[in-house]
Every structure is written in structure tokens, then in C-alpha cells.
Design a protein around this ligand. Sequence first.
Ligand SMILES: [Zn+2]
Length: 346
Amino acid sequence: MPRSLVLERKGELSLRDIPLDMDMGPTDVRIRVHTVGICGSDVHYYTHGKIGPFVVNEPMVLGHEASGVVIEVGAQVRHLKEGDRVCMEPGIPDPASRAAKLGIYNVDPAVTFWATPPVHGCLTPQVVHPAAYTYKLPDNVSFAEGAMVEPFAIGMQAALRARIQPGDVGMVLGAGPIGMMTALAALAGGCAKVLVADLAQRKLDIIGAYPGIETINIRDIPAADAIAEATEGWGADVVFECSGAAPAVLGLPQLVRPGGTAVLVGMPVDPVPMDIVGLQAKELRLETVFRYANVYDRAIALIGTGKVDLKPLISLSMPFEDSIAAFERAAEGRETDVKMQIEMPS
Ligand SMILES: [Zn+2]
């Protein structure tokens, strides 16, 4: 039985042996896990025991942002071999489902997703995973960067949903990890510049260090005034709402240019009001994002060519033995901890 990081129940973690399904099918690969990023959702399950309808009712292994090395391949696997360095998509749809056939497998009702109850995650020495959702990393992409592909994929999904045009002015509300990933994906997707708004200056300093990113501290100036100033009163072509904060959602129509686009990425804990007439009066297009589909190859290509550098967002790496301490620190929510990662023993 593998020793894993187990969320026993709300507020209680342990490092212990737990039985996991390790059966290999002909289209699966077995992967020795190398690096796992700690996600806000992992921390939320730890601190709250649930996210929306997903409730931790029995012990669950945490973690879903992983990279590793292939150590065994199923008989029908062609694109991977033993020794390949890889990262994995944590969501596995039913390939025969209607959603999967439409290419929108992220919204397949039958999808199973690592560390979403009751499915175990990947903070464990080995995982068995469908080869189709396992991606080879270029030689110049580290395991740490490989484990960043999963959160970056959400930014990629947001940028794709936005249908950015070259030279667009983008705006991101919320400088959390996903806001940062979205800003970088929007730049890579063709935005001339992206303004990132938050009230935590130290977070803004981190993302503001990237060329093409400008920051707005909404303690100093309202987001609507800042975007008006930056665009001669016209508004941003695309606004990505990544904060999940009710006032940000309500204020969206003031930020977007007439005929522009608002993308809802952040997830408010409770239903929040929207200014429908405000959206209508500018005929804004509204897009929503749930995880991602068909973006891993693109994300890896951008990282591999150096067009997107996620290394500055990896704040801290801790050994698996210290993973409970790592989660306690992550739960503190320090402003300068963008992404913390856990390294598995080799
Ligand atoms: Zn995540």
C-alpha cells in the first residue's frame, strides 16, 4: 500500500498507507509521481471539507497538479514509453459520452477528477492514468514546470474562450494563481497588454514583473477608472473575472468596451447578482470557464518554446515528508506564496 497524503476529514491530514486502485489497462500508463502543485481547491477541501456539492465523506488522497516519469505502458499505448517525463490531465471523461464526442469533455457529467470527492488524487508515489490524458514534456521543461501545466491550462481555456484578437487590451480581476495564469495566457494569445487588478500589492508586484502586464491596486483607484484611463474611456476588449468576488462580477459591464467580452473564471462561493442591463446595453458577450479541454498540448508548447515562463510563479518546493506542513502554510494564504509544490521521494 502506498504512503500518501490523505485528507481524513475536514481539517485533518495524515501521511499514511492507503489502498489505491493500481490496475493497469491496455491503454493506461503507470507513472512515478515527481512533483505535485498545491491548488486552492486542495486547500479548500482541507479547511472546509467541501466545495459546492463535492463533500469529503471518506478519506481522500489530495493533489491533482502533477508531473512524473512513465514506468510502465499498457499494451496498446503508442505515444509514450518507459522513462518519458510527463504531466497528466487530472480529469478523465467517459470517451463515449456525448460531451466527449463534442470535444467538451471537461463538462462531461461522468468525468472523474483527481482529488474531487470521492476520487483519490496524486499525492502518492505512483498513479495509473489513461495514456490519452498523459503528455510528454519537452527536455527543457522541468518537472516543476510540468506540474504548472494544470493550473496554466485554466488560463489557456479562458484565453481560448475569450477569442482574443491580436492587439486586444485585456484585463484580469484578481491576482491569485489563476488570475496570473490567465493574464499570461491572454498575453500569449495575442493581447497587446493585460491590466491586472487586485488589492494585494505584493501579488501585483509578482505578476507586474512580466513584460506586457500592468497592475492596478484597487485600494488606490477603482478598476473602472483605471481601465477608462488606459483606454481613453473605451474599456477593455476582454475582461477576465478571476476573483469570484461579488462586487467584481456586478461591476463587469463598466470595464468592458461596447461589443467586448467578459469571461467568468472565478467561482463565487454563493450565487451573486449580475447587472444584466449593463451587459445588454453594451451587447457584451459572456463566456464561462470550467477546467479545460484540449489545451494541454498548447500549454506545453508555449512553455517549451519559452513564450510563457511560469518559473517565477513557483514560490516554494517542499519534500513529501513535510507535506502536512506545506498544506498548513498554504492554508495561511501568504500573499507571496503563488504556487507551492511538493516533491515526491525518488
Ligand atoms: Zn488546481
